[in-house]
Design a protein around this ligand. Structure first.
Ligand SMILES: *Cc1c(COP(=O)(O)O)cnc(C)c1O
Length: 449
């Protein structure tokens, strides 16, 4: 088997996610034969450093021996059983381990099987909570512009990235939208903190005006990942937590991308010293092995559903693979690695190494800024550095960087004009420098003329 053979077979039967399939008339698909650590290898023997953790899911490398062993072990015992009326140790143990590390007072775990379905469950849970309390007027959600919460209709409705949303607009529920504190738009000389405080005003006004109709505010803490890795200051989260308390509205933190150390702390919310009423987790949860998600919530919220059957207060939401035992075993192994290797602390030196490695491009005439939040670093390409005017999207400058990367052993997958790194935590300093070198050269080439 070589690349071409597999590509041919693939293109005759598969429909790939997030892809204009016609692009593959000239843009080769990359069939991957195996992965080890940060490296992927195709069927022709070419290697690619997975600088984006295979869409932000991988934490401790491909084919990680510890996670492999955990799944193998579990598969001999039990692969899956329904989680309604039944239970199993991996689900219980995983929930126990999560409750130990989640910000207080999150202490109850509801499993779903991917990020979007976790967001759906969180929205329904919040709405249903208020309904169970007799507050039937609460039917709306507040979301930020430039946010991303997944692709299913409910999750898409609370998202704010036009590229994914606009086409489906007639199908989506109405959502109250507030301007994102995205610090790319701060004034020259203004700090991220000051800008984030200033941008909280529209959120406060929205809450003041609509809180009686609002179930929850849903946000991605600190980094709007799919929204071009735009970032804001933790003060915004702190202010939002206070305001949600004041106005009697839930705070839903979508940590599907930011959770498990990506932003430099286990959960991004920790940096604001806050806890949401509902937290969504997925992606890194299983170390990038298997689809699994958690909707974590408080005892207070849980109690509002706990009553005699006839009251019809139960949360009758489910997915077939909810709490899959193999996925739970991968997640337990992943959390064990965090503890054993003191990962959050040890990542600090990798974070510094990543920044040092990209600093040489900070003065480039087509780089608007380099921004970092923990293990995420983003370089924003612009047409005009002074005005931050962006390149027209039709020029697909990011795609040029992607193509250059592939020719140079690097899987970079820019979001629009933003080149970013979100590597597995097992990356070595030498590999970080290699990643940065390719990105820098790629950006330079992609922004010429
Ligand atoms: C990826 C992502 C989702 C959706 O998760 P899926 O597993 O892809 O459905 C939701 N929210 C955020 C913040 C994400 O990054």
């Amino acid at each position: 088997m070589n690349n071409n053979e597999l590509i041919k077979r693939d293109l005759s039967v598969l429909w790939h996610p997030c892809t204009q399939m016609k692009d593959h008339e000239w843009l080769p698909l990359i069939p991957i034969k195996r992965g080890k650590g940060v490296w992927l290898e195709d069927y022709d023997g070419n290697r690619y450093l997975d600088a984006i953790s295979s869409w932000w899911v991988n934490l401790f490398g491909h084919s990680n021996p510890k996670i492999n062993a955990a799944i193998q072990q579990q598969s001999k015992q039990l692969e899956h059983v329904l989680l309604a009326g039944f239970s199993h140790e991996p689900a219980v143990k995983l929930a126990e381990e999560l409750v130990k590390i989640l910000p207080e007072p999150l202490e109850r775990c509801f499993f779903t099987d991917n990020g979007s379905s976790a967001v759906e469950a969180a929205l329904k849970m919040s709405y249903h909570y208020w309904r169970n309390l007799g507050q039937n007027g609460k039917t709306k959600f507040i979301a930020l512009t430039n946010s991303y919460h997944g692709e299913t209709l409910g999750a898409l409705a609370v998202g704010g990235v036009d590229l994914y949303k606009k086409t489906y607009h007639p199908l989506l529920m109405d959502v109250l939208t507030v301007q994102s504190p995205d610090c790319f738009y701060r004034e020259p000389g203004e700090s991220n903190r000051d800008y984030s405080i200033r941008m909280f005003e529209p959120m406060r006004r929205k809450l003041e005006k609509y809180h009686k109709e609002v179930c929850a505010v849903i946000i991605e803490p600190l980094v709007q990942c799919a929204g071009n890795m735009r970032m804001y200051d933790s003060i915004y989260l702190w202010l939002l937590r206070q305001a949600c308390n004041e106005f009697g509205v839930h705070l839903i933190a979508d940590e599907i991308a930011t959770g498990f150390g990506r932003t430099g702390s286990m959960f991004a919310c920790e940096q604001a010293d806050i806890s949401p009423d509902i937290m969504c987790l997925s992606k890194g949860l299983t170390g990038g092995y298997l689809p699994l998600a958690v909707v974590a919530t408080t005892d207070r919220l849980y109690r509002a559903f706990y009553d005699d059957y006839e009251t019809l207060k139960a949360f009758l939401h489910s997915h077939s693979y909810t709490g899959n035992a193999l996925a739970c075993s991968a997640a337990i192994a992943t959390l064990a690695i965090f503890k054993e290797k003191n990962v959050i602390k040890n990542n600090k030196s990798l974070e510094k190494c990543m920044l040092d490695a990209v600093l040489p491009i900070v003065d480039h005439p087509h780089v608007a800024e380099i921004r970092q939040q923990g293990m995420i670093i983003a370089i924003e390409m612009v047409k005009n550095k002074a005005t931050k005017e962006s390149f027209p999207w039709q020029q697909r400058r990011g795609l040029h960087v992607y193509q250059y990367g592939l020719k140079n052993e690097m899987l970079l997958r820019p979001l629009g004009n933003v080149v970013y790194f979100m590597p597995p935590y097992v990356i070595k300093p030498q590999e970080i420098r290699q990643m940065a070198d390719v990105a820098i050269k790629g950006i330079d080439l992609a922004t010429k003329n």
